[in-house]
Design a protein around this ligand. Structure first.
Ligand code: ATP
Length: 202
């Protein structure tokens, strides 16, 4: 059995049950000690900035991960600001956890085709063990040669679908953990598709 740490990057705008489900699947398959969710300040591959503020996305992650042993989050990319590159985060993990084995990097197979365009993708692949989860995409890639493939059933959930549902006043309740649902409702997040939501009183 392998162990060590894994990084799981994303916008988490908002974090949803698809994220939590695959992390548990990865932990069951690879016996990972700690998974760090890494919210991006601005993901390089998305044309639009996250809709909720960085602060709101962190607060939702905090709520989603409480009572979930083996999972926590790193706010480094949020504090760094600007475009968030995974290579910078991985270099920092190597500095902060020099005694740990190579970190694993969890990505959905929807990201594989473009992996070659990630900043320093070849160096990144030397520094991490890639863990690919199924999301209805394909692992086909010119860059990726070695990886762990998780045979998960993909949950048909995405943050963009959830945002759209909220903006249209449709049901989304069970697509996010209960504490995240309450947070979204209490703070009126995502009700308009354009506004950047802020947290009243913070
Ligand atoms: P959006 O719809 O806004 O693009 P998203 O649902 O893809 O967001 P992200 O935070 O961008 O969520 O995703 C972070 C990571 O989680 C990516 O590697 C993505 O492939 C993976 N992921 C997201 N949703 C799922 C899911 N339902 N099943 C498997 N992997 C997922």
């Amino acid at each position: 059995m392998e162990s060590g740490i894994a990084l799981f990057g994303g916008s988490f705008d908002p974090v949803h049950i698809g994220h939590l489900f695959i992390v548990e699947e990865v932990r069951a398959a690879l016996a990972i000690e700690q998974v760090f969710f890494v919210p991006a300040y601005q993901p390089p591959h998305k044309s639009e900035a996250p809709q909720a503020s960085a602060e709101a996305r962190i607060l939702m992650l905090e709520r989603a991960l409480e009572d979930r042993p083996g999972c926590s989050f790193l706010d480094w990319e949020i504090h760094r600001g600007g475009v968030s590159y995974t290579i910078d985060t991985v270099e920092l993990v190597r500095q902060k956890y020099p005694r740990k084995a190579k970190p694993k990097l969890i990505i959905g197979d929807d990201l594989c085709a473009d992996f070659g365009s990630w900043r320093q993708s070849e160096r990144l692949l030397e520094l991490v063990e890639l863990v690919i989860v199924t999301r209805g995409g394909s692992v086909e890639s010119d860059t990726i040669k070695e990886y762990h493939l998780i045979d998960n059933s993909p949950l048909p959930v995405s943050s963009s679908d959830i945002r759209e549902r909220i903006a249209e006043g449709r049901n989304y309740r069970d697509l996010v953990p209960p504490a995240v649902y309450h947070f979204i409702e209490e703070n009126g997040l995502y009700r308009s598709s354009f506004a950047v939501d802020s947290i009243p009183g913070e």
